[in-house]
Write a protein that binds this ligand. Sequence first.
Ligand SMILES: *[C@@H]1O[C@H](CO)[C@@H](O)[C@H](O)[C@H]1NC(C)=O
Ligand SMILES: *[C@@H]1O[C@H](CO)[C@@H](O)[C@H](O)[C@H]1NC(C)=O
Ligand SMILES: *[C@@H]1O[C@H](CO)[C@@H](O)[C@H](O)[C@H]1NC(C)=O
Ligand SMILES: *[C@@H]1O[C@H](CO)[C@@H](O)[C@H](O)[C@H]1NC(C)=O
Length: 422
Amino acid sequence: MGLTNPFKVSYTLYAIFPIIGLIISFYFVPLPFITFQIKLPYYSISTPLMINTSSNSSGKIEYANENSCDYSNGKWVRDERGPLYNGTSKYCKMKKNQNCIANGRPNTEYLYWRWKPNDDCNLPRFDPSTFLQLIRNRHVAFVGDSVARNQIESLICMLGSNNDDDSSKPKRLYHKGSRKWNILSHNANLSFYWSPFLVRGDMRSQKGPHYNTIYLDHVNERWARDLDEMDMIVISLGHWFDVPSIYYEGGSISSCLKLPQLGYCNHHVNDFYDPLRQALRVALNTIIEAKATKVRTYSPSHFEGEWNKGGTCLKDKPYEDGEKKVEGMDAEIRRIEMEEVEIAKEKAKEFGGLIRLEIMDVTKLALLRPDGHPGPYMNPFPFASKIVQNDCVHWCLPGPIDTWNEILLEIMKKLVLHSKAE
Ligand SMILES: *[C@@H]1O[C@H](CO)[C@@H](O)[C@H](O)[C@H]1NC(C)=O
Ligand SMILES: *[C@@H]1O[C@H](CO)[C@@H](O)[C@H](O)[C@H]1NC(C)=O
Ligand SMILES: *[C@@H]1O[C@H](CO)[C@@H](O)[C@H](O)[C@H]1NC(C)=O
Ligand SMILES: *[C@@H]1O[C@H](CO)[C@@H](O)[C@H](O)[C@H]1NC(C)=O
């Protein structure tokens, strides 16, 4: 007989299915490769971006969209080319729950779509050698929750898909506090830091406590202590916020979420928007103070029904443009994020033109892809067991999340072009 616990939830589901996501990335304004001067003290540790304009592996870097393209609006169109990789490559080590094909997902239609931004814009197919050139001598860090991890695993698989020699493939390195990959041929590193709140905190767990403990005014040192080594940061947050939480500020409890039973908590809040905003602001300030640039919005989930009550994501096609709007909690999180980025941009100006923030908004393109989640195929032979779990938050690999990395690459190219024009 277990003790009755008022906070008990389905832990398996909980641990695997975050509910909300916010993903942010920064990109240091790359210095033109001709101008190698270190202009600000905080660049002294990170290496300036060096682009070999003389060639990519086969020629020149293509700037597909020299005029600023809005990648956030568009539609999914059929594309028979299919993905760059599959889970059988030895360089592609994805989490099993996202290896939908290996888990038996029979319908592979979801692999044959490409994002077509509005107007004359096109999103080029991901080119691993261009990406590698852009990160030569650099360290790109993904910080956040399991969606950040989902994205970097997609990136690793995409980078591993080229036909170049072994030295250009990402290899795991041992690093305390993160997962780290090194690409020998380009002296580049990629890393993933688990930090779902960005600030310091502990997630609720099966062993207890059954609520999050979040220190809203302290950045999580796990990633922040390595900031000096990072040249680009992709952040995601949100998925772990919508559960019972105790918030601390100034060393004592400031408020509580979804914990009406707690007598010692004097201030109960109804939603996590302010805490999320605060956590984001602390993270942004910390980064700006070290360095900065570009931000990406969050990826909605697609449970029809509630995630912990047998919610599913059964759609097998993208939504069409106009069929689905960004609304409710999705819209609110996106708004908070946009606002905080504007504030952060103002702050970044104090550091001169070399620090820039750009928003990369993947909310809509993600929202239109309910068919890209593992759903029941998060586990092998899902229908063999009595309880079928569904994951409508993460993305199958390969899958729509590959597109985010394509956009990331275009933004990186644009920044390089921009810095050359200055
Ligand atoms: C640029 O690429 C060419 C051809 O791959 C190579 O020979 C040259 O060393 C590269 N330059 C730099 C600065 O990496
Ligand atoms: C590399 O250059 C070749 C020749 O100009 C071009 O066809 C190819 O698309 C380029 N690749 C990238 C990634 O820019
Ligand atoms: C996976 O990729 C490999 C190498 O590109 C290919 O030989 C294989 O047929 C692919 N498998 C599937 C299931 O697509
Ligand atoms: C990559 O990581 C290794 C091991 O931590 C480190 O020695 C190297 O300086 C890093 N390189 C870059 C460009 O960050």
